[in-house]
Design a protein around this ligand. Structure first.
Ligand SMILES: Cc1cc2nc3c(=O)[nH]c(=O)nc-3n(C[C@H](O)[C@H](O)[C@H](O)COP(=O)(O)OP(=O)(O)OC[C@H]3O[C@@H](n4cnc5c(N)ncnc54)[C@H](O)[C@@H]3O)c2cc1C
Length: 334
């Protein structure tokens, strides 16, 4: 693990760290800065801590965290990173990731407000198509739709994260998931090229969009239906209320940690029946409210969370012969 101090720059600045800094730029930084010269320039945080970009509040530093200002910059960035063989990963709101304490090599790309547009693009036969960029928060999209009396996304009320993260994870609740309302996704491939994919021809499944590693979800087209906004608001309120009653509140987590195994009992039921509620490893705990939530009690490290995950998997396997698979994405650990 490197103990570096973070500093912020743009592509055309910071060819050397600020005076007195003991944190050199990564070996590839100068070549990447040259490749990005003349392109729009969002902020870059060199050696930035990733913990604050995740809802678990754990994780070390990235060599660079980049906040692109738009598609041109993102496309040039992806092309350049590909050419230089520098690893990269996209982060939405970090609500479904555990990032290693040792941090991540290469570049973490955060799609934020600059990728946050929502617009209605089509209205035929009472059905409405809405185009949403990946950096928009899912909560904002749900409120936007409800205010306009557009039904279909109520199930997502209370799911944190970005629209891009929700597409990639095929986020869902109450027997509904993103693929049920998604028509089309605009993606960028690992060489920066943009194309459209029809959802019917994709491979969405339980908590996955089934696309190749290294593709970026840039925007989604959702098919919604006109309905009564008062009714929709009530449904969202009801779903949020149910979450409040069933899920730990004001505790850092990544939501449901494990996928539900096929058939029979949910992951939460298995963990609960195995007597693991309240189990602690360091600062990580199996929630006493919902057994499929691992929570950060305040001092957890990524290692604590991963060790607790391993313990839960071992006990559940020994008791029930069921191998629980994490839903949460673990980044930077073998
Ligand atoms: C309290 C709580 C409750 C939750 N409840 C639910 C629930 O009911 N249902 C549910 O399904 N999930 C739930 N989650 C999990 C999480 O909110 C969702 O999976 C969410 O959709 C993730 O979005 P994100 O932007 O935070 O993604 P991130 O956590 O930032 O990323 C998740 C994965 O997607 C990748 N990724 C993110 N954006 C993109 C993109 N644009 N292109 C390519 N890859 C990308 C990342 O690299 C990572 O592998 C919950 C989480 C919390 C903390």
């Amino acid at each position: 693990m490197y103990e570096a101090a973070a500093y912020t720059g743009k592509w055309d600045q910071m060819m050397s760290p600020p005076g007195g800094s003991d944190s050199p730029l990564p070996a590839w930084a100068s070549a990447l800065q040259q490749a990005m010269a003349g392109h729009p320039a969002g902020d870059i945080v060199w050696h930035g801590s990733l913990a604050k970009y995740t809802t678990f509040n754990v994780g070390g530093r990235a060599e660079a965290i980049v906040f692109p200002t738009g598609r041109d910059e993102l496309s040039q960035l992806i092309r350049s990173l590909h050419g230089l063989d520098v690893p990269w990963v996209i982060l939405g709101r970090g609500s479904n990731v555990v990032i290693a304490d040792a941090g991540l090599k290469g570049v973490v790309i955060v799609l934020g407000r600059e990728f946050g547009e929502i617009e209605q693009v089509e209205d035929a036969a009472g059905s409405i198509v809405v185009r949403v960029e990946a950096g928009c928060s899912l909560a904002k999209l749900v409120s936007w739709a409800v205010e306009r009396g557009l039904a279909g996304l109520e199930f997502a009320a209370g799911i944190p994260g970005s629209v891009g993260g929700a597409i990639v994870m095929n986020a869902g609740a109450w027997q509904r998931e993103m693929k049920d309302v998604l028509l089309r996704v605009i993606i960028m491939d690992g060489q920066g090229a943009i194309s459209a994919r029809e959802v019917a021809a994709m491979h969405f499944a339980y908590r996955t969009w089934g696309e190749m590693q290294g593709a970026i979800a840039l925007e989604g087209f959702f098919r919604l239906k006109k309905d009564n906004p008062v009714l929709l608001r009530e449904m969202c309120k009801e779903y949020r209320q149910r979450r409040k009653m069933r899920q730990p509140q004001n505790m850092a987590s990544g939501g449901s940690f494990f996928k539900n195994p096929p058939g029979g009992k949910t992951a939460g039921q298995l963990i609960d029946q195995a007597g693991l509620k309240g189990c602690l490893v360091g600062g990580a705990m199996v929630s006493t409210v919902h057994a499929n939530f691992i929570v950060n009690t305040g001092s957890a490290t990524a290692r604590d969370i991963i060790d607790l995950m391993g313990m839960v998997q071992k006990v559940v396997y020994e008791k029930y012969g069921i191998a629980l698979e994490p839903e949460v994405k673990i980044l930077g650990l073998e």
